[in-house]
Ligand binder design. Structure first.
Ligand code: NI
Ligand code: MN
Length: 225
């Protein structure tokens, strides 16, 4: 399963010949200036919540590619107002898609769309793919609900925010990794803004001390998982 990092919390997973893009935000990210949002393909776009650093390039990429946008009901309402037509609204629970079963699960955060409209409740995704199972928490603090994840799936890897300030920091992400019983974590939501800069060696060491691997992919890098 291929994982490509586009900076901040924007990444793509390729599975079963389908490309699933998460939380598209490239043009507003100075660190992702070498990424061309107009060249990113997608069959599906999954959006965790309505903040600009997760939906900045949603309409742009969704309209060009025709990808199906999957997100909470209010995020989909907003996307439709931006001209997105291929969309699937969710609320917390699960649904079946071509790429497998998808749980949309709560996150402790906020969610306001860029135009100030309500973004509904923020969430995260648990994808039960044919190849691999993984969890992307979205923007959230550490929360007890994460302990439900092992009841649903034995994860192959997880994508967690580590930057602190707006989300979990690395210390809490280590506990989250314990809650979800996963040893391979990809860190996101760090370095983009001044508030969330991290020392890479320090955060990797925190995970190592807990017997876990933290991967901090380079922007534009594709890794095999
Ligand atoms: Ni957010
Ligand atoms: Mn965010």
């Amino acid at each position: 399963m291929k994982f490509t990092y586009y900076g901040h919390s924007c990444f793509a997973i390729e599975t079963g010949g389908k490309k699933i893009l998460f939380d598209p935000f490239i043009n507003g990210n100075e660190l992702a200036r070498d990424i061309d949002a107009d060249s990113i393909d997608a069959d599906f776009i999954l959006v965790s919540h309505g903040h600009g650093d997760h939906v900045g390039d949603l309409a742009l990429i969704a309209k060009r590619t025709g990808a199906k946008v999957i997100a909470g009901y209010e995020v989909i309402d907003w996307a439709k107002k931006q001209g997105v037509t291929n969309a699937h609204p969710l609320n917390f629970g699960s649904a079946m898609f071509e790429f497998g079963k998808l749980h949309f699960l709560p996150a402790w955060h906020s969610s306001t769309m860029p135009d100030g409209s309500a973004g509904g409740a923020p969430g995260g995704f648990l994808l039960h793919g044919d190849e691999k199972k993984f969890y992307y928490s979205g923007d959230t603090c550490l929360m007890m609900d994460m302990q439900l994840i092992p009841r649903y799936a034995k994860l192959d890897f997880a994508i967690l925010p580590i930057g602190g300030n707006f989300t979990m920091d690395a210390d809490d992400a280590v506990i989250a990794a314990e809650f979800i019983q996963c040893d391979k974590i990809i860190g996101v939501h760090f370095d983009t803004f001044g508030y969330i800069k991290v020392n890479h060696e320090d955060v990797i060491a925190k995970f190592k001390a807990a017997g876990k691997e933290l991967i901090l992919p380079k922007i534009g890098e594709t890794i095999d998982l």
